[in-house]
Each structure stands twice: as structure tokens, then as C-alpha cells.
Design a protein around this ligand. Structure first.
Ligand code: SF4
Length: 368
């Protein structure tokens, strides 16, 4: 138990870790200056998202919105468009809301107090601690998924991560090991070690700087740590949607604000009921969402999208609207538009629908 060892041993642990980080850290763009606005955006983007994607989106975001004032001044559609493909769009909407408040209440400066950060939309205890430790070098411990896995192995914890007892143990390890002189680099070094060396599968133990303190390594239980929990299982979601075209324009609708994809645009559709065929789902969903009885559904293709533990399978069908086309009665959307194909690029869509548009753009009508 490294956290129960003497201060000398803990100091050695920190020393090894920080030495490794100095040499091996990735050159992430926000690490150049640790500017609080950049750290905030990187932290929100990093929630449930792989680092490679974060870096790509981060650079595009900073080009478009170089500071808090630029975010606050932008329309929500521009914010959602910049976020398109990252998923969990409430994160983008919360950044937008928080930017307005930071501008008016804090003169555009990201607050450096825990209480003030927690009061902003989209900032919970973890994100507040991350901003404070990484941007402001304040002594807050951090426990992300990488650090949890690393600690579970360091202490050879024989319980799933999500139990209360394990959570308390991990928190006490994080607090006891924290380098209070250099929390910025220490916290990032732990996360980086989890991301690059103590990986979920096949960790690189021979290259690990803290291997001498690792109980799982000594006990030869690394591959069994952390113990999986029932909540880690993948969840399959199967959906179907209708691509409705009329006079060279496509029907799209904007999802309600309180929805998981709130504010984004989509082809109408929804989840399959138990035992339902995708084609029947399309006809039912389009009627429920627009009041239209569409006809002649022709299968186009199936696309798949993964986010965190969800796998979304989306079956798409071309459909013909009723003639003449009546005004839709929207039940799952706030507004609709008939858009020529080239105009679809201007609207933010969830990842699956964007894949469909890309396939249509590429002229791929093969129906995979
Ligand atoms: S020795 Fe292996 S299992 Fe232990 S902390 Fe290092 S990488 Fe992780």
C-alpha cells in the first residue's frame, strides 16, 4: 500500500513518476501555456472522449473560439457545429452558457475558486479540481478512469471500481500521494501513466516507473485488475430513420433542447421496439414524429457508432412523403427544415446521421 508508506517512500514514488512524465508526456496543445480557458475546454472535451479526437477538436475549437468572449458571442448552432461528432452535446451547450456567465460575472477570466467553478453549468467536482490543479496549480487530487485503473493495480484492489468502499480507498490514495508542491504535473503524470503505460489491456509493466510499488505486478494479478463490474457491459441501441426527399430537398428536424442530442438536427426516426423490423420502425417513428404516413421505404444502409459503452446501430431508409406535403406536426423536435443536399453541411448532426450524409455525398448508394 504505497499510500500508507513513509513520506520518504512516497517522495520517491513522486520523483520517479515526475521524471518519467518530463520525458514521456505527450505534447498536448494546452500544455504549452496551461491557459485556464484552454484547460477548461480540454477538460470538457476529454470527458468520455479519446485523446486523439480531443486534440483534433481542440485545435479547431481554438481557431474558431480563441477566448471566452468568442464562445459567449457565438450562436448556439455554431457551438454545436464545432462540437459535431464529439457526442454528449450537453457539454457544448453548457460551455456556451458558462462562457456567458464567465464574461459577465468574472470579466472573462476562468474562476480560480472551487465554489465559483462548481456554480457554473457543466462543471462538476472532477472538472473543477482538474481546472484548479492543472491551470492554477492548486493542490486538488484527481481521479479519472486512467488513475483509477492505475491505483487499483498499484494496490491490487480485489473489488470492482464502482463500489463505495473502493471509491473511498481510491480517494484516500489520491489525497495521500498528491504532490502538493507540484499538483499540476503530478496529476497529469498519473493520468499520462495510465493512458500510455498502465493501459486497460497489456500494460507495459517493464517500462513502468512505479513498478517497484505495484502490488498487482508482484502478485501477478495485473490482467485481473481492476475487477470488471456489471455496469461495464456494452449496451446496444438499435434505431431506424427515414431520409425523406422532396424536390431535391431533404427533410430534417432539430431535436428538443432537453434531449441527449438536444439542438442537433437529424432525419426523423427512433429506437426499434422489441421484435420490430427496422422498416416498420421507420414508418411508425416518422408518423409519430411528423404526423406523415410516408411510403415506399427503400433500405439505404446501416451505420454503426460507438460512444463510451453504447453501440448505436442505425438503419436508414429512403422514404416518400405524402403528396402534397402537409406541414409536419412535430412531436420530438422543435423545428424542421427542407434543405438542399449541399446545405446539410451547415447543420450539426449526431455521428450516425453525419455518416449517412457523408455516404450520400460520396455517392455511395451501395446499402451496406
Ligand atoms: S507495474 Fe504494470 S500494472 Fe503496475 S502500475 Fe505499472 S504498468 Fe500498471
Amino acid at each position: 500500500m504505497i499510500d500508507k508508506k513513509s513520506e520518504t517512500v512516497k517522495a520517491e514514488f513522486r520523483h520517479r513518476l515526475l521524471d518519467w512524465f518530463t520525458i514521456h508526456q505527450r505534447p498536448l496543445p494546452w500544455r504549452r501555456t496551461y491557459e485556464p480557458y484552454q484547460v477548461w475546454i480540454a477538460e470538457i472535451m476529454g470527458q468520455q472522449t479519446q485523446m486523439e479526437r480531443v486534440v483534433t477538436y481542440f485545435q479547431g475549437w481554438m481557431d474558431r473560439f480563441p477566448d471566452v468572449a468568442a464562445v459567449a458571442a457565438a450562436p448556439e448552432q455554431a457551438i454545436l457545429k464545432a462540437w459535431e461528432g464529439l457526442g454528449y452535446y450537453s457539454r457544448a451547450r453548457n460551455i456556451h452558457k458558462a462562457a456567458g456567465r464567465i464574461l459577465t460575472e468574472f470579466n472573462g477570466e476562468i474562476p480560480s475558486s472551487h465554489r465559483q467553478l462548481l456554480d457554473l453549468p457543466g462543471i462538476g467536482p472532477y472538472t473543477a479540481a482538474a481546472i484548479l490543479s492543472i491551470a492554477y496549480n492548486q493542490a486538488y487530487p484527481l481521479l479519472d478512469a486512467n488513475v483509477e485503473r492505475l491505483f487499483a493495480r498499484l494496490d491490487d484492489i480485489n473489488r470492482p471500481l464502482k463500489t463505495l468502499k473502493t471509491r473511498r480507498k481510491l480517494e484516500s490514495m489520491a489525497a495521500a500521494l498528491l504532490d502538493r508542491n507540484d499538483p499540476r504535473h503530478f496529476n497529469q503524470a498519473l493520468m499520462e501513466l495510465g493512458a500510455l503505460i498502465c493501459t486497460p489491456k497489456k500494460p507495459a509493466c517493464p517500462q513502468c516507473p512505479v513498478q517497484p510499488y505495484c502490488r498487482a505486478y508482484r502478485a501477478d494479478t495485473v490482467e485481473f485488475r481492476p475487477l470488471p463490474s456489471a455496469r461495464d457491459k456494452r449496451i446496444d441501441i438499435v434505431m431506424a430513420c427515414g431520409i425523406i426527399q422532396h424536390h431535391e430537398r431533404f427533410f430534417i428536424q432539430q431535436r428538443l433542447a432537453d434531449d441527449i442530442w438536444g439542438g442537433l438536427w437529424e432525419f426523423p426516426g427512433g429506437r426499434l421496439l422489441e421484435g420490430e423490423e427496422p422498416v416498420h420502425c421507420v414508418l411508425r417513428e416518422v408518423e409519430e414524429e411528423t404526423g406523415w404516413q410516408v411510403s415506399d421505404p427503400v433500405f439505404y444502409r446501416t451505420v454503426e457508432h460507438h460512444y463510451t459503452r453504447y453501440r448505436v446501430t442505425l438503419h436508414a431508409f429512403f422514404c416518400r412523403p405524402p403528396e402534397p406535403v402537409p406541414e409536419p406536426v412535430l412531436t420530438a423536435a422543435s423545428r424542421f427544415a427542407w434543405v438542399p443536399f449541399a446545405g446539410l453541411a451547415d447543420y450539426p448532426f449526431p455521428a450516425g446521421h453525419r455518416q449517412l450524409i457523408t455516404a450520400l455525398r460520396d455517392g455511395d448508394f451501395s446499402g451496406k
